[in-house]
Design a protein around this ligand. Structure first.
Ligand code: SF4
Ligand code: SF4
Length: 133
């Protein structure tokens, strides 16, 4: 269901997309992370009408900077599971060229998961009364 990316680069995990993240959080994401025992204020910040992952020292609070790994990987937000698929108003669903593994994403995965990303964006629109598409 989600996008599988081999994020290993030079004997560690890349983690680039976890710096200065603006990843929005669905209500399911928030509940799943709270159920791990993290208080909402620890990981959530509101920006541009959406709850988003909080950064500390320029990176997501859940990034282990030493290893480059996500410390809540099995519970990470839906948007993180779909990255490097992104939605741009002018271009629709595309692979983010900022991801070093962008060229390794098969077009079949993009086609398969584009509707999943659009569904997630529609859910965020409904939950938070914002226009994203
Ligand atoms: S930027 Fe790409 S390769 Fe790097 S951690 Fe994110 S998805 Fe993986
Ligand atoms: S939740 Fe995990 S995968 Fe998502 S931005 Fe944070 S560290 Fe990266």
């Amino acid at each position: 269901m989600w996008l599988r990316v081999d994020c290993r680069l030079n004997n560690r995990y890349c983690g680039r997309c976890c710096y200065k993240t603006e990843m929005p959080l669905s209500s399911e994401d928030i509940k799943r992370i709270e159920d791990l025992g993290y208080p909402r204020d620890h990981f959530l910040i509101w920006r541009k009408g959406l709850p988003r992952l909080r950064n500390t020292d320029g990176h997501c609070v859940f990034l282990d900077v030493t290893s480059g790994k996500c410390t809540i990987y099995p519970h990470r937000p839906e948007g993180c599971r779909l990255y490097p698929l992104i939605y741009m108003r002018a271009r629709g669903v595309m692979v983010d060229p900022l991801c070093p593994k962008a060229n390794s994403i098969p077009i079949s995965d993009v086609r398969r998961l584009a509707p999943v990303l659009i569904k997630l964006i529609r859910k965020l629109e409904e939950e938070y009364c914002v226009k994203l598409l």
